[in-house]
Design a protein around this ligand. Structure first.
Ligand code: PEP
Ligand code: MN
Length: 346
């Protein structure tokens, strides 16, 4: 449930409510928004509902949250979460573009890609050193050597590193090199891995699963957050559908849907959503126009030589062109689109 404090509630009244919540063995999560402070309460539902909430000073009302996801829910945390990593912000009106190769390539290529995407305006570098491939006979990633190459690229460009963790036993190693830890589609419902990531103190990008629903995606975020980590970025990478023209299908409506349901930033991976270079930029642009908080894209200067996913890699000059187009894009939030709709509903 949530406890909504009155506009004029004092810091002492808020502290008092939090102290009581904790003394009942429940957890309190405070969201100090610009207009209102909301305290999310997690604990035994029947016990909590019985408490005399409105007799506390400064309390406006107490409401039950019916969503099965709590910490990820916007009801729990009405203001947008803004995640900051090495000076790069994402969420709450701060857009972030993450770009780089699918798999970490040679140092020469990775450093060149990092420099090119940075020059075009990317704020973080992606690259997988452990790759979840459909076939065990294809390139599986370059492991720690690849992580070291990412580190060199970071030293050369200052771009923070996004890289994927595939299993719990890789966490210590990935933690040493990653600034943001990526959880891929195939692990989107690996609940042990999600909980282990939730016990770390580094932001995580959580992709939707191969065929998960938006609610399942949010429940996966809840698994991470239930262990304490607050900095989770939801990433839409399309799902398996009946359509065979593309690798996956991305539902653009999921961007505002997730942003309404959750306070977490939502980014779009149009590389895996389409699987084909010719469509990656159009879908990236559509995602940003729909209000996404950022993009994660695969870029490679010589896609036919890329160690994986060459068919969906943008050439650096295409990436640069997309970034220029995005600079002139005015995206409207769902709140703006629905301003009359919301009035009508009152
Ligand atoms: C990737 O980012 O290279 C990747 C494997 O993505 P996904 O988990 O979305 O398939
Ligand atoms: Mn890939």
């Amino acid at each position: 449930m949530i406890v909504v404090m009155k506009k004029e509630a004092t810091a002492r009244q808020i502290d008092e409510v939090v102290k009581h919540i904790e003394s009942w063995g429940a957890q309190a999560h405070i969201d100090r928004g610009e207009a209102l402070t909301v305290i999310g309460v997690i604990g035994d539902k029947t016990e909590i509902l019985r408490k005399p909430w409105t007799s506390f000073g400064g309390v406006e009302k107490a409401l039950e949250v019916s969503d099965p996801f709590k910490k990820a829910s916007r009801k729990f945390h009405p203001s947008d979460s803004v995640i900051e990593i090495e000076g790069v912000k994402i969420g709450g009106g701060h857009n972030c573009v993450i770009a780089g190769p699918c798999s970490v390539d040679t140092e020469e290529y990775v450093v060149a890609i990092a420099k090119a995407v940075k020059a075009a305006g990317a704020q973080a570098l992606r690259g997988g050193a452990f790759k979840p491939r459909t076939s065990p006979y294809t390139f599986q990633g370059s492991g720690e050597d690849g992580l070291k190459i990412l580190q060199t690229a970071k030293q050369e460009t200052g771009l923070p590193i996004v890289t994927e963790v595939m299993s719990v036993d890789q966490i210590d190693l990935i933690y040493k090199y990653a600034d943001i830890i990526q959880i891929g589609a195939r692990n989107a419902q690996n609940f042990n891995l999600l909980k282990a990531i939730g016990r770390l103190n580094k932001p995580a990008i959580l992709k939707n699963g191969i065929a998960t629903t938006a609610k399942e995606h949010l429940m996966s975020a809840e698994y991470i957050m239930s262990e304490g980590l607050k900095e989770v970025i939801l990433c839409l990478r399309g799902t398996r559908s009946y359509e065979t023209a593309f690798r996956n299908s991305l539902d653009v409506a999921l961007i505002p849907y997730l942003q309404e349901a959750s306070h977490l930033p939502v980014i779009v991976d149009s590389s895996h959503s389409t699987g084909l270079r010719s469509y990656v930029s159009a879908v990236a642009y559509a995602g940003m126009a729909a209000g996404a908080d950022g993009l994660i894209l695969e870029v490679h200067p010589d896609p036919k030589e890329a160690l994986s996913d060459g068919e969906q890699a943008l050439l650096p000059r295409d990436f640069e062109f997309l970034m220029k187009k995005l600079a002139n894009l005015k995206a409207w939030s769902q709140k703006e689109w629905r301003r009359f709709d919301n009035e009508g509903a009152k």
